[in-house]
Design a protein around this ligand. Structure first.
Ligand SMILES: NC(=O)c1ccc[n+]([C@@H]2O[C@H](COP(=O)([O-])OP(=O)(O)OC[C@H]3O[C@@H](n4cnc5c(N)ncnc54)[C@H](O)[C@@H]3O)[C@@H](O)[C@H]2O)c1
Ligand SMILES: [Zn+2]
Length: 359
């Protein structure tokens, strides 16, 4: 597995090199570019085009979860085939997680597999989504249900591309970084604990350390378990709770702003810590530590509307992709650096904990 490169101002130098010097030489490069990232990646793409002796096709699009679909994948694939494609072509995903998921998916299936690279331009993409080789599109029945494992040949994470990232997207990235810190505990957790609130934004001295630290946690786990059969499930910490809250908010017209994924994960981490304390698998004080850190990171402390009742949440939890035979396997934190998978938990018990924590 190729490890990502992190830095400030690295993209203009590294992207042309990765494309022009990759072996075998690409016969065409298809860059799927998130409109939100057009401005901050323009110079690097221009330099890459100048360095290449093959065409670089820029395909810009507006990423949404609705467009992360098989229909849109077909439209994009046909466009690429129409532009001229062969087995030596390369795909590059430039943007947030939706864009790198789509680009990776196209690369996985076009001509049964093309090389691809990722240029994440959201904090969440740098810390998580662009790493580890999981690619997918959504179905109306659920997120990420059609996909493939397909490793990128490079991941270039340039913190300077985050200069235009809206604060809410920034916070979403911090939600996943908090998750990584709880899973790993060794470097990232002390860095989060140490950082003053003003260090935690884009210009802050810790931005690079946090993104790269979370990336290391993900890569270590993904490398140990590339196809998610065991250890990689730890990366779902907070997600079972979070997905139920995200789905509930998305279906509630009184919450037009919804609950973004990273926000839902942050609330899910609080619920996971509470459940771990209640089941006496966590050391005392863990929940308080999570609540305090999450507050310092500016993550939400409450559900944004009226929380669905326990019965409704139980139904949502029972539909979780990871539910089987009517029960859930949950990742729970014992302490930073030590999480465990607890099997066979009833969705109703999980719903109760959500109510205790957020109701
Ligand atoms: N493959 C994986 O392992 C994995 C892991 C986690 C998440 N994901 C996926 O990632 C997606 C979420 O990714 P995301 O949070 O990056 O969201 P996103 O891709 O929707 O991007 C968020 C928003 O930021 C904009 N944007 C991107 N870069 C910008 C920049 N530099 N400046 C200003 N705006 C910018 C985008 O246009 C978009 O509107 C989900 O679809 C999720 O399923 C995948
Ligand atoms: Zn997530």
């Amino acid at each position: 597995m190729i490890w990502p490169s992190y830095g400030r101002g690295i993209l203009s130098a590294l992207l042309p090199r990765e494309l022009a010097e990759s072996a075998p030489r690409p016969t065409a490069v298809f860059a799927l570019i998130d409109r939100g990232a057009l401005e901050v990646t323009r110079e690097a793409l221009e330099r890459a085009e100048a360095a290449l002796d093959c065409p670089l096709h820029r395909i810009d699009w507006q990423p949404t979860e609705q467009l992360k679909s098989l229909g849109e994948a077909e439209r994009l694939a046909r466009r690429m085939v129409g532009l001229g494609i062969d087995r030596s072509a390369m795909v590059v995903g430039v943007g947030g997680g939706i864009t790198t998921d789509m680009a990776g998916f196209l690369a996985a299936v076009l001509l049964r597999g093309l090389r691809w690279g990722a240029v994440p331009t959201t904090l969440l993409g740098m810390a998580d989504a662009a790493l580890g080789g999981k690619t997918a599109v959504n179905l109306p029945e659920g997120k990420n249900l059609v996909g493939a494992f397909h490793q990128p040949c490079f991941v270039l994470a340039d913190i300077d591309t985050l200069v235009t990232l809206p604060p809410r997207e920034w916070r979403c990235g911090l939600g996943e970084i908090l998750k990584a810190a709880l899973i790993d505990g060794s470097e990232l957790m002390p860095a989060l604990e140490r950082a003053a609130p003003e260090d935690l934004d884009f210009a802050g001295s810790t931005a690079l350390e946090l993104a790269a630290g979370a990336g290391r946690v993900k890569m270590r786990i993904a490398e140990a378990d590339p196809t998610e059969s065991a250890e990689r499930k730890l990366l779902n910490l907070g997600h079972t709770f979070g997905h139920a809250l995200e789905t509930a908010a998305a279906g509630d017209p009184a919450i037009p702003q919804g609950l973004a994924h990273g926000e839902a994960v942050a609330l899910g981490l609080r619920c996971a810590a509470r459940m771990a304390e209640e089941m006496e698998v966590a050391r005392a004080g863990l929940r308080r530590q999570v609540v305090e850190l999450s507050g310092k990171l500016g993550l939400p402390s409450a559900y944004p509307g009226v929380l669905p009742d326990v019965a409704a949440l139980t139904v949502l939890l029972g539909r979780d992709k990871k539910a089987h035979g009517g029960s859930l396997d949950l990742v729970l934190p014992a302490e930073p650096g030590s999480c465990l998978i607890v099997r066979g938990i009833a969705p109703a018990a999980v719903a109760e904990v959500i109510h205790q924590e957020l109701g």
